[in-house]
Design a protein around this ligand. Sequence first.
Ligand code: NAG
Ligand code: NAG
Ligand code: NAG
Ligand code: NAG
Length: 245
Amino acid sequence: MSLRRWEWCLAAELLLLPLLLLATNTQDHLTSAMTVVSGSNVSLQISEGLPDNYEQLTWFYTIDQKIVEWDSGKSKYFDSKFKGRVMLDPQSGALNIYNVQKEDSSTYLMRVSNATGKEQEWKVLLEVLDPVRAPVIKIEKTEETNNICYLKLSCVISDQSVNCTWYGDSGPFSEACQNSALELRVPEPQKYSKFYTCQVSNPVSSKNDTVYFTPPCTLARSSGVDWIASWLVVIVPTILGLLLI
Ligand SMILES: *[C@@H]1O[C@H](CO)[C@@H](O)[C@H](O)[C@H]1NC(C)=O
Ligand SMILES: *[C@@H]1O[C@H](CO)[C@@H](O)[C@H](O)[C@H]1NC(C)=O
Ligand SMILES: *[C@@H]1O[C@H](CO)[C@@H](O)[C@H](O)[C@H]1NC(C)=O
Ligand SMILES: *[C@@H]1O[C@H](CO)[C@@H](O)[C@H](O)[C@H]1NC(C)=O
């Protein structure tokens, strides 16, 4: 073999090495990822069926923390923060976790082996998020000059890792609510709305606050309709009460 050729072979082998490592590793699968709201019940499971005739099945929270192990027909639950909150379904291999908390977020591992000792491993990604906290609209300024109403609203949000959008009666505005106020000059056709809503959301929840606009330049925290409704709730029983006396 000439030196050239030998060098070429070596290079080819070095290139192949990672491929070979990958090939021996194909028994690892990342099957699913889920994002849920804290307090929910989840079922971690793989989409494909379990291997036939498996002998042992283990769920791990992290690589060195076992949650439950199923062996020869018996489930053994380990001392972990999951104790009393998990239940293994040996039929499907699903790990049911009740009342999940933010700290339960992890890449869970399920390891299955059969009589020949052949192991397979699945990864299931779980992300637990708290629901967003309600935003509060702050009316920074309302000012009327020369029949132009100038409004400045800001949306106070307690958690920055949310998406925040302003809405009017014709849909969302392009302005984001994070760290910036909504400035309006009414009449300004695109911006005129009977209400202004600030909505915050994360992948699992959404909350909003609304203020109501009355021309020419008044903002109120509740609409007139709501006010009439609450007025009726008080007044009607009072009148009925008086009639009955
Ligand atoms: C979770 O499961 C428990 C027990 O089955 C049940 O009492 C509870 O209402 C469930 N919680 C939710 C959010 O579904
Ligand atoms: C064990 O698993 C391997 C790979 O999944 C499979 O090829 C083999 O047939 C299995 N052996 C038994 C006894 O089920
Ligand atoms: C915010 O919105 C973008 C685009 O819709 C989305 O990719 C992202 O995940 C959202 N972030 C949160 C915290 O909801
Ligand atoms: C605001 O929240 C209420 C319920 O709290 C919901 O009915 C309404 O659709 C939300 N509005 C927007 C613009 O998201």
